[in-house]
Design a binder for this molecule. Sequence first.
Ligand code: G6P
Length: 354
Amino acid sequence: DAGKSGYEHYTLKEIHEQPRAVRQCLRGRPQPFEGSISIEELEDVPRPTEVQFAACGTSYHASLYAARLFRERGVRATAFLASEYDAAAVPIDEGTLVVGVTQSGETADTLRALRTANAVGARTLAVTNVVGSSAARETDRAMYVRAGPEIGVAATKTFTSQQVALAMLSSALTDDRSGEFVAALRALPDRIQSILDDSRAREIAAEYVGSDAYFFVGRGLAHPVALEGALKTKELTYEHAEGFAAGELKHGPLALVTPETPVIALVSGRANTERMLGTITEVRARGAPVVAVTDDPESVERRVDRVLRVPETHRRFFPILANVQLQLLAYWVANGLGRSIDKPRNLAKSVTVE
Ligand code: G6P
């Protein structure tokens, strides 16, 4: 228990370690005077014309976020589930970079995807937390996430650090320059700390523990984090949880929504408040309680049941902050149910078989 520094679980300790993990991930990389990002490991890497990500679980959600960031900067980019990546069916050319995103660097499905990419002559990069891992050794280059060791089976601080690392990667490999982006990156550790200091996730979790299911909805850059919020809830609570693109609710999932299924809505004032309010109206009309995770509480307060606030930040970083509230919510629901939080049933930290 000494290693838990007074926290009841490693998972909670690691959630609270995120400001430090992100500081380590950032160290030396943002260049405030130039408004650019410099990644030592990748200095002379040619700029890709296309990026293909391959990853599993939480790392796949980080990859979905990253692919969108590359596309916003004009580079074709796709995230694949590593177990579904088949280089024969995904055309590559000399401008393609295949990126394996893997915390452990040992996930068999991700290693297989990287080996397939190597075999067809693609350029490969590993984004990993473990120096000298198989993924780092078997690719042309490795970028390290530097989150520090994670003991909880469910990824928390490593996901946040992956998002930060991949946001930097998308900027560095597209030669983007933005003083605002770099300043917001450097402010992330303090923004995360303020969420940890003030979160109401514990009391909101206590209200909704025992629900039939938990649904997470987001749009755009927040969609991957809706998927991750649901995955974290499944892993830690063993309850039914699903993440949806807000616009897809009406195409099927709405049939699942009842007064016993809280909907957690990611609402960013910098991106999509109006359209998310439409989604919120749809689910409330079916009686579902709505918890908004938002940087725009004034616009949503009267339209939802509960609010989890996040500080304002660059539009691209809203999902990183919102996710911290989702981690806390999943943790406190699981705690209320007395689950085995650090070692959820049936799960392993690193899955080394296909
Ligand atoms: C396992 C873990 C997940 C993790 C996934 C990918 O399933 O339980 O938490 O996201 O593997 O792991 P990786 O080390 O490749 O990121």
